[in-house]
Design a protein around this ligand. Structure first.
Ligand code: GDP
Ligand code: MG
Length: 224
């Protein structure tokens, strides 16, 4: 059997959904532990997570990247899977499907999901064009912004990850920079909480800043 995995779930005020997400994955054979990062929640996220057997760690400073750094560092397995706490619908088989896609050359397995109500504007209009221009070695990735992925934590310097919600993409850029393959697995339909425009506007800004920083530090293309 391939190595066991740690699941890390960042959670900010997700008391309504986090317990169900944990319960769906915690007893799978390949899952060694589920770590929930309670990111300054003011609801009962931590209680809901502990009740169904997750290890709860606290990250008092809000920010998805901060929560991820804390959670990835707390994981005891080198292979860490990140899933969101706000999933209302997903197929828990995706955990095994991602775990089984690991090969010696692979550093990261991303979950490629569909949502019939979401044509992924951020991915189409910002992230795919940015990858094509700035990181052409990742042009094969269809769902680069997926927040569901498995990666080998030992390949990257966790302390350098972005603090904000560009961190999922930052993990991918860093695993790619470590010379390992990024592969994708189809994970079917996912339903999660829609957020407001301000959330996605801020996310787009953070992602653009991440790509510009990446380009200034490690240009793959001679010039743009
Ligand atoms: N927005 C936000 N999400 C956070 C934060 N810390 C942890 N999270 C969790 O990160 C996951 C993804 O966040 P979400 O807002 O759903 O982003 P989206 O799915 O990319 O639109 C959820 O499980 C959140 O609870 C934070 O400071 N801000
Ligand atoms: Mg979400």
């Amino acid at each position: 059997m391939p190595d066991g995995i740690s699941i890390v779930i960042p959670a900010r005020n997700e008391a309504d959904t986090v317990g169900k997400v944990i319960a769906a994955v915690i007893n799978l054979q390949c899952v060694h532990e589920v770590i929930v990062v309670d990111n300054a929640s003011w609801d009962k996220t931590a209680e809901a997570a502990a009740e169904v057997g997750a290890v709860v760690v606290e990250e008092p400073e809000p920010g998805l990247g901060r929560a991820l750094k804390t959670g990835f560092a707390a994981a005891t397995c080198p292979w860490v899977m990140k899933i969101d706490a706000d999933l209302a619908k997903f197929d828990p088989h995706l955990v095994e499907d991602l775990a089984n896609a690991r090969e010696p050359s692979v550093g990261m397995v991303k979950g490629n999901w569909q949502d019939p109500n979401d044509d992924l504007p951020m991915t189409r209009l910002l992230i795919l064009p940015a990858i094509k221009q700035i990181v052409p070695g990742l042009a094969h990735v269809r769902a680069p912004n997926s927040g569901i992925y498995l990666f080998n934590r030992d390949l990257i310097d966790l302390s350098k990850l972005a603090d904000n919600n560009s961190a999922d993409i930052d993990v991918m850029l860093r695993v790619h920079g470590a010379g390992r393959d990024i592969v994708e697995v189809e994970i079917g339909e996912i339903k999660h909480d829609p957020r407001n425009k301000q959330h996605y506007n801020a996310m787009a800004e953070n992602i653009l800043a991440l790509f510009l920083k990446h380009y200034s530090e490690t240009p793959e293309t001679p010039s743009i």
